[in-house]
Write a protein that binds this ligand. Structure first.
Ligand code: G3P
Ligand code: CA
Length: 231
């Protein structure tokens, strides 16, 4: 079962910052998950549309210039990083799950990932692009179908795995509170990986191993890795 550092090792360092991502790599995670928005012509790694929760600033991303955004502190003196800064830091040392939080990121994302495969130590199989917005995923499949796609869901419609298979997804990403054997078995029968978010309780890890899920997103990678190693 793979361990994916959720927003970097965000239980230990400020989420979606270079500090959190480097900490996750030091912990030897399999992958890092980050959230993606766009400000002007820059892809930026931050969870919310508003900067209030994770920086010392206030307001909406869409009302800021990139230069303004970069003046705020995202924790421990970190700036909100660009996607390129994150990729340069990781440089192929682990896989990356990029979650699209906005609908204006796609074209720039594809060109950035293509550049990362050409100029850094990545190959394309190290990236999974995910979103709760399935219109976006369909668009991605149509225009850049060579990238791995993760279909994200916070609910469990009966035909979800069928939908993901039809989409040509690589994986389905589902909430720990609703995943169950039927969902996992259906997805696996269709050749889809199952990744579960956000798993911070050690007791849940045993259940997810028994369910045979392929990976967990966690804010506390060290704890999860130790637990998995001893199970
Ligand atoms: O990608 C899994 C998980 O990150 C989705 O929820 O709100 O933490 O971005 P959220
Ligand atoms: Ca996310």
């Amino acid at each position: 079962m793979k361990v994916i550092a959720h927003r970097g090792a965000s239980g230990y360092e400020p989420e979606n910052t270079l500090l959190a991502i480097e900490a996750a790599i030091v912990m030897e995670v399999d992958a890092v998950e980050i959230d993606l928005h766009r400000v002007e012509d820059q892809l930026v790694v931050i969870h919310d549309r508003w900067i209030d929760k994770t920086t010392d600033g206030k307001g909406r991303l869409k009302d800021l210039t990139f230069a303004e955004l970069r003046r705020f502190d995202a924790g421990k003196g970190q700036k909100v990083p660009t996607l390129w800064e994150v990729l340069k830091l990781i440089n192929g040392r682990c896989a990356v799950n990029i979650e699209l939080k906005a609908d204006d990121t796609l074209a720039l994302l594809v060109s950035t990932l293509t550049q990362a495969c050409a100029e850094l130590n990545f190959d394309s199989t190290q990236f999974v692009i995910s979103s709760f917005n399935h219109h976006l995923l369909k668009n991605l499949k149509q225009h850049a179908g060579e990238w791995r796609i993760g279909a994200l869901t916070g609910s469990r419609p009966l035909d979800y795995a069928e939908f993901a298979e039809r989409l040509g997804a690589y994986s389905v990403h589902i909430d720990v509170d609703i995943v169950d054997k039927y969902f996992v078995d259906d997805a696996h029968a269709r050749g889809l990986k199952v990744y579960v978010y956000t798993v911070d309780k050690e007791e849940d890890i045993d259940d997810l191993i028994a369910l045979n899920v392929d990976g967990i997103f966690t804010n506390y990678p060290t704890r999860s890795l130790v637990k998995i190693a001893h199970s």
